[in-house]
Design a protein around this ligand. Structure first.
Ligand code: ARG
Length: 461
């Protein structure tokens, strides 16, 4: 017996390996809800437009709701030889209500159906990722508020550069995640367009009400070209790109957490709940969360590359290649959600070792620029001041001193313009508090950026 819903023009069944090879049910079954809700809406519209009798439409809708609840209660087993989620659901519908169930697919193709399902599915995932990014952002803000006065060295080339605060450093990450949230919302706009009615590629002769379907399913608008409607996966690629950038940000943050928690830095300690030990070295406490997040960035980039490569040079319109979009984007989405969740928990529980941060800021001549600026204020050109302080730093290195340790006599050897107010002027506290331009590390500037951050998050929730 031929069992395929499309079996009419075939004279024998597909080989078992063929079923296994082209079937996508093992990974697209996760879209069951979107598929069924899409079908319910399609059936409703068919009834309303008089394309099928309204009692048939109602029976189809009711049965689809029952199938949905049966799936959610674990009562349905999907079949590989029914290929994908779309045909599995349709097959069950037909098993339950016979010929009436066979009317559901009127004016529709799996090509526009799958385009609809994936858009609906990714919209929901974008909402979830957005919430996770907001949670992470809030955690960053909370930690920043506790560390407005925590002085640490800021780095360039991984060398101590100028003093900042831990709050200021953390809020840099807030800016990155804020852009991620905005990027995902932008991608959401292009995902929120309804493709049903594109048919296989050339639309359909039935008088479907596409706008009604779009509105019922919460889409902003409908696709404008039937070929593009079934063959566009830009929104999938775009989301993978957004997620790759999220992972890039997380990997930079992770890298810093790993460095900061090392003995050499000693700026933070991770909570035991988010650390692991070594099977041989009893002293070890390893930052596995941060390392795995850093590592998983590669995996998400890989998914982006897969998607770009699958779509490269594909002729219009639908090609089965496009079924390969799912595992890649699902894995990207799953990975990012998992990473955001655990990273946020790890961040929320770190112990900040302020004394070590301060000690690090006191070494490394992080106030050298400020001393040059001190001389500029006393009337020297900046380049001249730079040269003088360079010599002063060299002297300190040779004599194993910090600039603040120099006596007045020593200072005078470098410049007569230096006076006793130097000590106050170049204290780390002052170096930070004087950088009060918008966007700077001074407490008042950071508080302002925290305020803006909160306003942004409020506007998003
Ligand atoms: N499982 C398919 C996919 O994910 C659904 C569309 C199948 N269309 C077709 N003409 N074979 O792309």
């Amino acid at each position: 017996m031929l069992t395929k819903l499309w079996g009419g023009r075939f004279q024998k069944n597909t080989d078992k390996i063929m079923d296994d090879f082209h079937s996508s049910i093992s990974f697209d079954s996760r879209m069951y809800k979107q598929d069924i809700i899409g079908s319910i809406t399609h059936a409703k519209m068919l009834g309303k437009c008089g394309i099928i009798p309204s009692q048939d439409s109602e029976l189809i809708q009711k049965t689809l709701f029952e199938i949905l609840s049966d799936i959610e209660n674990g009562l349905v087993e999907f079949q590989t030889d029914a290929e994908d989620i779309h045909m599995n659901v349709e097959k069950i519908l037909i098993e339950r209500i016979g010929d009436i169930g066979k009317k559901l697919h009127t004016g529709r193709s799996r090509n526009d159906q799958v385009a609809l399902d994936i858009r609906m599915y990714l919209k929901r995932e974008m909402d979830e990722i957005d919430s996770l990014l907001i949670l992470l952002s809030k955690t960053i803000i909370e930690l920043s508020e506790k560390n407005l006065d925590t002085i640490m060295p800021g780095y360039t080339h991984l060398q101590r550069a100028q003093p900042i605060t831990f709050a200021h450093h953390l809020m840099a990450y807030f800016q990155m995640f804020r852009r991620d949230i905005e990027r995902i919302w932008d991608c959401y706009k292009r995902t929120n367009i309804m493709p049903l009615g594109s048919g296989a590629l050339a639309g359909t002769t039935y008088p479907l009400d596409r706008d009604m379907v779009a509105e019922e399913l919460g889409f902003d608008s409908i696709t404008e070209n039937s070929l593009d409607g079934v063959s566009d996966r830009d929104f999938v690629i775009e989301l993978a790109a957004c997620l790759s950038i999220v992972m890039m940000h997380l990997s930079r943050f992770s890298e810093e957490m790993i460095l900061w928690s090392s003995y050499e830095f000693g700026f933070i300690e991770m909570d035991d709940a988010y650390s692991t030990g070594s099977s041989i070295m009893p002293q070890k406490k390893n930052p596995d969360v941060a390392e795995l997040v850093r590592g998983k960035a590669g995996r998400v980039y890989g998914n982006l590359m897969s998607l770009l490569t699958v779509m490269k040079s594909l002729p219009l319109a639908y090609n089965k290649d496009m079924q390969e979009d799912k595992e890649a984007i699902f894995d990207a989405v799953d990975t990012v959600k998992l990473c955001l969740e655990i990273f946020t928990k790890m961040l929320a529980t770190i112990k900040v070792k302020e004394e070590n941060m301060l000690k690090a800021a006191q070494g490394g001549f992080t106030n050298a620029t400020d001393i040059a600026d001190y001389l500029v204020k006393k009337g020297l050109p900046f380049r001249t001041a730079h040269e003088i302080i360079g010599k002063m730093v060299l002297y300190c290195i040779q004599n194993n001193k910090a600039i603040d340790d120099l006596s007045m006599d020593e200072f005078k050897q470098f410049s007569n313009s230096i006076e006793s107010d130097i000590y106050e002027e170049i204290s780390l506290k002052k170096c930070v508090s004087e950088r009060k331009l918008p966007g700077g590390p001074a407490k008042e500037s950071v508080l302002k950026s925290i305020e803006n951050a909160k306003l942004f998050l409020e506007s998003k929730t």
